[in-house]
Design a protein. Structure first.
Length: 164
């Protein structure tokens, strides 16, 4: 008998880390701009965006979280994300050495309580319509699946937030 997939890996247990604090603060900030972002979203090319957000017009924002200099210097896959979004940002904490980050990219400073955009995302060509549709469907399905698994886990139905 196969395991019920709705019961496996529903919630990842982790200690609070610097990256978690940056993620929470960046999500709070994005929501202030009416961008609803989910963490750890796998893109069609197999890469996983740290934060993948969508605004009411369907514009896609990807945020790459960097918890320290070593994290940034050991990872150059962030350039691949730019093909999948309208706006790209790095998100770091206030102690991150900002001079390491490319000046042409958006920059968010964040901690557990919120964040601030220090540098706007660089202007980019809009995502092609077919790619945007694919991403929006992917995001909707992933979000609905996560919500359904969470509702099953906690035994309650999540209602719409009328203020969203």
């Amino acid at each position: 008998m196969m395991d019920d997939p709705s019961q496996t890996n529903v919630v990842r247990e982790r200690d609070t880390t610097r990256a978690d604090d940056i993620r929470m603060g960046a999500q709070i900030l994005l929501r202030q701009f009416n961008i609803i972002a989910a963490a750890e979203v796998t893109l069609p090319d197999g890469r996983r965006a740290d934060l993948f957000g969508i605004d009411p017009k369907g514009r896609v924002t990807i945020v790459e979280i960097k918890s320290g200099a070593a994290d940034f210097l050991s990872d150059n896959k962030w350039t691949d994300y730019k093909d999948w979004c309208d706006d790209f940002y790095f998100a770091v904490d206030p102690d991150f050495p900002q001079d390491l980050l490319p000046e042409a990219e958006g920059l968010i400073i964040a901690d557990r309580m919120g964040g601030e955009i220090l540098r706007p995302a660089a202007p980019a060509d809009p995502i092609a319509a077919a790619r945007r549709k694919k991403l929006l469907i992917l995001y909707a399905r992933k979000a609905a699946d996560r919500l359904a698994r969470l509702e099953r886990l906690v035994g309650k139905i999540m209602l719409d937030d009328e203020g969203a």
